[in-house]
Design a protein around this ligand. Structure first.
Ligand SMILES: Cc1ncc(COP(=O)(O)O)c(C=O)c1O
Length: 369
């Protein structure tokens, strides 16, 4: 891919500048273009194919991983577009734990004979490498949502016969660059940390393979899973502060993980940055930071975990992740959560509030167990 026009600047600068005009008289921020049609002869024709807010937002998204970016209406829409690249009956390999929506969709696609699916036990790197060698698509959720193990992206992508796609939502591009590790596509639910304020739905696919990007843009236009101008605008606005938010949340998450490991009501902390983890060496080699997501197994059952999550005053007991506000939830309360996720697992998404306030609230809530 050609270097972007911002490539001389550091990422923090590029994230603030990408998609901005410096033309005299031009607005500092791209205007929200609601028009669905455009006079012919220019860059745009009809807004299901392309439109100006996508251009601005995609330019910032591309800066994240030095790639071309395609914006979708949601992370699930981005996932489904990848599947549409595959001929019927293609062999797909994924972990046996991963984001529940994608896990469920993969199983539905297999049940309908759209794909042939093999699920590999998370943590079994050798089995994944072996399966990748005969797969048309390897789908890696790393760190795994919500159990937080990591897949060896470099080794798996090197062994893969077909496409390797990494769901990079949990780590984020500031902590992990899947394309540099050999993946063909990096995918994000931009609903999460990229948007950062829990007020938009969006998905993104990033790739340096222009043939793939062209095919995926075609799939997007005809499947119609497109972002609204308003969501595209909000996403770009959220991304202006991405680096600050990620730095703060990542530092706080590491501190909270350390304290939780000593908490009398916690039996295990699941976080890629814990040096005693089996896959710590892999995490360290492929992540520049360990992110703002973690999970805990509490000393108690599902009811005890529910008591804790219902007792917090700052941490929202709500689903989703990556917002400025801290959230936690017991994942198995959702019936579609993969069965390998323990009943007493609570997933935490660390926001940007004061670390001592977050800790005090967590401590009092856990003491309700
Ligand atoms: C890791 C991961 N991937 C994909 C998705 C799906 O994204 P969306 O909700 O934007 O469709 C989610 C949503 O929770 C997620 O956590």
């Amino acid at each position: 891919m050609e270097n972007s026009k911002w490539s001389q600047w550091k990422l923090a600068t590029r994230l603030v500048q990408a998609g901005r005009s410096h033309e005299p008289g031009a607005p500092l921020n791209p205007s929200i273009t609601l028009s669905t049609g455009f006079n012919l002869g220019g860059e745009y024709g009809y807004s299901r194919g392309d439109q100006p807010n996508w251009t601005a937002t995609q330019s910032a998204l591309g800066e994240l991983e030095n790639a071309a970016a395609l914006l979708f209406s949601s992370g699930m829409a981005a996932f489904n577009a990848v599947i549409e690249l595959l001929p019927i009956g293609s062999r797909v390999v994924a972990g046996d734990i991963g984001y529940s929506g994608i896990d469920r969709r993969l199983k539905e696609l297999a049940a309908a004979n759209r794909i042939e699916l093999e699920l590999i036990a998370v943590g079994d790197q050798a089995a994944m490498i072996k399966a990748a060698a005969s797969a048309d698509l390897v789908w890696l959720d790393s760190p795994v949502n919500p159990t937080m193990q990591v897949w060896d992206i470099k080794a798996i992508a090197a062994a893969a016969a077909g496409l390797t796609v990494v769901d990079n939502t949990i780590a984020g591009s500031l902590n992990q660059l899947p394309l540099d590790l050999g993946a063909d596509i990096s995918m994000h639910s931009a609903t999460k940390q990229l948007g950062g304020h829990s007020d938009l739905l969006a998905g993104v696919l990033l790739s340096r393979n222009s043939e793939l990007i062209t095919k995926l843009a075609g799939i997007r236009a005809l499947s119609g899973a497109v972002s609204s101008a308003f969501d595209a605008y909000l996403l770009l606005r959220g991304m202006r502060t991405l680096q600050l938010r990620v730095e703060r949340a990542t530092t706080t998450a590491a501190e909270i993980a350390k304290r939780l490991a000593q908490h009398p009501k916690v039996s295990q902390v699941l976080y890629p940055g814990i040096s005693s983890n089996a896959d710590y060496a892999i995490a360290k080699s492929q992540m520049s930071g360990f992110g703002s997501m973690l999970a805990i197994l509490i000393k108690g059952d599902a009811a005890a975990a529910d008591r804790a999550t219902a007792s917090s005053k700052l941490w929202s007991n709500s689903t989703s992740l990556g917002g400025v506000e801290s959230q936690w939830e017991r994942r198995r309360r959702w019936e579609n959560e993969p069965i390998g996720v323990p009943e007493n697992l609570i997933r935490l998404s660390v926001g940007i509030e004061d670390v001592e306030d977050l800790w005090a609230d967590l401590d009092q809530a856990l003491n309700q167990i």
